[in-house]
Design a protein around this ligand. Structure first.
Ligand code: HEM
Length: 466
């Protein structure tokens, strides 16, 4: 059976989940979107019309060919929707939220900043953060009764991932209290933003209680904090060796046409977006990764064997050595299949379009449901099983096109994907070098899909030193 046979054999008319049903189910959808969307798609088909939040007409899909059509083949006919653009109020118009010619100009300016040479330097900085974390955690483990410490791995990884992205952007210049404040503000803004989207009927309440105003104030505080660091960097003597971080990359970049640098406000927007996009996504991927390895000690043992065979027993790997550790890369890929940090993508049709006989009128809102795509039983054998080997180059069956999109697809593909893969593989290898992990319960943890797919509540693991 081919992939196109198993997904949406008939696209011309789409099943419609009635409005009364989505309205009735909107609270359940707000509480447990993943379970509810899975149920709807299993019942009605891979592409379904429904009402988001019980009110807003949308098409949700886990069809890889339709995802490819929207993200890549016909991407010019689609923009991100107000669900993404709403973030502009708090974080500005950076790569993630920008559109059109402006987006392309910024993308051309920024993308070269993530080339191999910079990633080599950024990997050293990631090593420093991981070393600091593992030393400090090692001390806590040794001080714990019986040398066994129970930790919320999500809390740990949120700190590690924020330290990595903050250091990648600002170098070593940012003080810890300010790093913590930045992280706290970004978390608050995201959590509030998701509530305004998922429960739009609460907006008058948020306006009346000054909640919008409070979050606007957070956003101003964030900008002022970052502005201070930008100005501090600009004031550094031109004779001093420039730091090899992302802020310097953004300051040094020049537009191809004018040879001018970015304006300060544009720079602020881009820094905001890099911090947002590069923080929770990686933190969640890393949390799920360690959770899965705690439940699959055979996979953890194989990662350790691979590391030892590559001669890395006593030190952290360099950027150039990471490709020599393919099994650990497969573990990372499989984690993001089961728990894609960006679990849903939104697009809206700019003009009328058509896909395999399906009429798509201008204004149609699409939710491309990556979580469902990554666990589609017609695309993945044993979709809920953790099997890193399925990503081995010679694995059978091969992975169908556009069935695996943790970093999106087409021209809006994640600009930080190599950065993120490097970071996750490195933290994985160093984490397993120093620690053994055991789950504290046999129960599967719940998911809390906000902008990114977080674990619901703490993700407890018992840790001993390896
Ligand atoms: C596991 C980690 C990550 C995941 C799963 C992830 C996922 C994604 C996805 C799915 C998109 C496309 C969104 C869409 O098409 O609507 C995206 C875009 C983006 N990501 Fe990531 N990301 C990760 C880490 C990072 C990091 C570390 C950075 C920065 C250092 C970053 C910066 C960005 C930016 C700036 C965009 C917008 C690109 C554009 O539209 O031109 N991401 N990411």
């Amino acid at each position: 059976m081919s992939v196109s046979d198993v997904v949406d054999a008939q696209m011309v008319t789409l099943p419609q989940v009635p409005r009364w049903r989505t309205l009735l189910g909107s609270l359940a959808m707000a509480r447990q979107p993943v379970q509810n969307l899975d149920r709807v798609l299993t019942q009605h088909g891979d592409t379904v019309r429904l009402y988001l939040g019980g009110l807003r007409p949308a098409v949700i899909t886990r069809n890889p060919a339709l995802a490819q059509h929207i993200l890549q083949k016909n991407h010019r006919r689609y923009l991100k929707s107000d669900l993404t653009h709403g973030l502009i109020r708090y974080l500005g118009r950076g790569l993630l939220t920008n559109e059109g010619a402006d987006w392309l100009r910024q993308r051309r300016l920024i993308q070269p900043g993530f080339h191999r040479q910079r990633l080599t330097a950024l990997t050293r900085l990631m090593q420093d953060v991981v070393e600091q974390w593992s030393t400090e955690l090692g001390r806590r483990v040794q001080a714990a009764p019986g040398g066994r410490l129970r930790v919320d791995i999500h809390e740990e990884m949120t700190r590690v991932a924020f330290d990595i992205i903050a250091r990648a952007v600002f170098g070593t210049s940012m003080r810890e209290p300010e790093r913590n404040r930045l992280s706290d503000i970004l978390t608050r803004i995201q959590a509030f933003y998701v509530r305004t989207v998922r429960q739009p009927y609460l907006r008058p309440w948020f306006a009346a209680t000054g909640t919008f105003g409070r979050h606007d104030a957070f956003s101003r505080e964030l900008r002022e904090l970052i502005r201070g660091y930008i100005r501090q960097r600009q004031a550094v003597s031109p004779t001093a060796a420039p730091p090899d971080d992302l802020l310097q990359m953004l300051l040094d970049a020049r537009y191809e046409d004018s040879q001018e640098p970015m304006s300060e406000n544009q720079l602020l927007d881009e820094v905001n977006i890099l911090l947002l996009a590069g923080h929770e996504t990686s933190a969640n991927a890393l949390s799920w990764l360690f959770y899965l390895l705690a439940r699959h000690p055979e996979a953890a043992a194989r990662v350790r064997q691979e590391r030892a065979a590559a001669g890395l027993a006593g030190r952290a790997p360099e950027f150039s050595e990471l490709p020599q550790l393919p099994y650990s890369q497969q573990v990372v890929q499989e984690t993001m299949r089961l728990y894609p940090p960006a679990w849903i993508l939104d697009r809206v049709a700019l003009e009328d379009d058509e896909f395999r006989g399906l009429r798509i009128p201008k204004g149609t809102l699409f939710s491309i449901y990556l979580y469902g795509l990554h666990r589609h039983p017609g695309l993945w054998p044993e979709p809920d099983a953790f099997r890193p080997e399925r990503f081995a180059p010679a694995a059978r069956p091969p992975i169908p096109a556009y069935a695996y999109l943790p970093f999106g697809g087409g021209p809006r593909l994640c600009v930080g994907s190599h950065f993120a893969l490097t970071e996750i593989q490195l933290v994985l290898l160093e984490g397993l070098r120093w620690f053994n992990l055991t789950p504290t319960s046999a129960a599967l943890p719940g998911t809390d899909p906000l902008i990114t797919l977080r674990p619901k509540g703490p993700l407890w693991l018992d840790i001993t030193t390896a």
